[in-house]
Design a binder for this molecule. Structure first.
Ligand code: GLU
Length: 419
């Protein structure tokens, strides 16, 4: 038992143990790699618009600081608890390591339904969260970013709050900021672009022509909507999408630019069309070439995995597939190619790294350079995973995580134990 115990942390621990067994890591060395270095829980009081006070619980977990500062998003969602945040921090560590970024993993979150807050209340909560975090974060200690329920505007408030306390502008404290406030070109699109880029690469390997292909995207936030739009742009028919309000399906393909415009105006897919509405539960198991889960963790369990009818599973979300589902997908490896989350959605943190580097140097790149370097890193990591999977005769997730865990372990071993 740890304070992180719960279904999501159990899942991260179970996945880690599979890798630790594969790498024959002695039992006594495992906790040093798995357990978060430190975490903090805070209370964030805010003024509601109706004059009452409300208090929201927030967290930040830093998994390891062996390779540099920790890095990871901040999630505003009603499901957030410290176990989920810790699991997400652990996944960020393997993700940063497999991408060869000089970071450990972190994650933060506030247990709140952001849709239930006005813009003014959201600003109050964002600023209070960052203010409470000041002793705990820093540009060389822990660098935040967006995640579910937070966006560029929230990052701008985080950066402003931190900067006001320092008495100078510290853009490098947070990534995923608007370009007008020290953000980089290409960060907002980075995660979705990376998902579509890698899905396209696997489609090429499988000789699937984009113009005759179909995709299903679960989640229509920053990751899902951009992935859908990129797939649509290369000619793939996106036949189903969903968000927290429902799902839309159309065999002939949905008009993705129109959906994005609708969400931009109304905040969700709700109200777009009654005729196209379908059951969100059914979309994961619809026949398609590319399935992109880009919402929450643990949506593909063993039952869903047995029923999947896609050729490529491109994991835009963090942790969408349970360890039990992994056992099924390992058996179905000839039918379905899995692009594991820590590779598939890593475009976000890769471009966050570019943003941090540009902020530190105060030297900014054009979007072409951001994209070229992003794809270069994603392609290299994907190739390393594929080569490792072949060499060890293992499943893609095992190969990707093994590379990440090995890199963190090597750094810990060469640095040694202090004191
Ligand atoms: N929240 C994103 C993730 O899960 C991005 C993290 C970052 O850019 O630091 O990868």
């Amino acid at each position: 038992m740890t304070i992180y115990s719960g279904p999501v942390f159990e899942m991260a621990a179970q996945q880690f143990n599979v890798i630790a067994d594969h790498l024959a890591i002695p039992l006594d060395q495992r906790d040093r790699l798995l357990l978060p270095k430190r975490s903090v829980t805070i209370s964030c009081p805010i003024h509601r618009d109706d004059g009452t006070l409300a208090v929201f619980e927030g967290y930040r977990v830093q998994h390891h600081l062996t390779l540099g500062p920790t890095k990871g998003g901040t999630r505003f969602a009603a499901s957030v608890d410290i176990g989920e945040v810790a699991a997400l921090a652990v996944w960020m560590s393997w993700k940063c390591a497999v991408m060869n970024l000089p970071y450990g993993g972190a994650k933060g979150g506030v247990c709140v339904d952001p849709h239930a807050l006005s813009k003014h209340e959201l600003e109050g909560l964002s600023r209070r969260y960052m203010q409470e975090m000041i002793p705990f974060v820093g540009p060389h200690t822990d660098v935040m970013a967006p995640d579910m329920g937070t966006d560029e505007q929230v990052m701008a408030w985080f950066m402003d709050t931190y900067s006001m306390y320092q008495g100078r502008t510290v853009t490098e404290i947070v990534t995923g900021k608007p370009v007008s406030a020290g953000g980089t070109l290409g960060r907002r699109e980075a995660t979705g672009r990376g998902v579509a880029h890698l899905a396209h690469r696997v489609m090429r390997d499988l000789a699937i022509e984009p113009s005759g292909a179909t995709a299903v995207v679960q989640g229509f936030g920053n990751v899902g909507s951009v992935a859908a739009s990129e797939l649509h742009a290369i000619g793939v028919k996106v036949i189903a999408v969903s968000d927290h309000t429902g799902a839309l399906c159309r065999k002939e393909g949905l008009d993705i630019p129109a959906l994005i415009a609708h969400v931009g105006k109304h905040g969700s897919l709700a109200g777009y069309s009654n005729e196209l509405a379908c059951d969100p539960k059914d979309i994961l198991t619809m026949p398609c070439d590319v399935l992109v889960p880009a919402a929450v963790e643990r949506v593909i369990d063993a039952t869903v995995a047995n029923s999947l009818r896609c050729r490529v599973l491109a994991e835009g979300a963090n942790g969408p597939t349970t360890p039990e589902a992994d056992l099924v997908l390992q058996r179905r490896a000839n039918e379905i190619v899995v692009i594991p989350d820590i590779i598939c959605n890593a475009g976000g943190v890769v471009v966050s790294y570019f943003e941090w580097v540009q902020d530190l140097q105060q030297f900014f790149w054009d979007e072409e350079e951001v994209m070229r370097r992003q794809y270069q890193i994603l392609n290299r990591a994907f190739s390393e995973m594929a080569a490792r999977a072949k060499k060890d005769g293992v499943y893609n997730r095992t190969a990707a995580m093994a590379i990440g865990v090995e890199r963190v372990r090597a750094a810990k071993n060469t640095r040694g134990l202090f004191p």
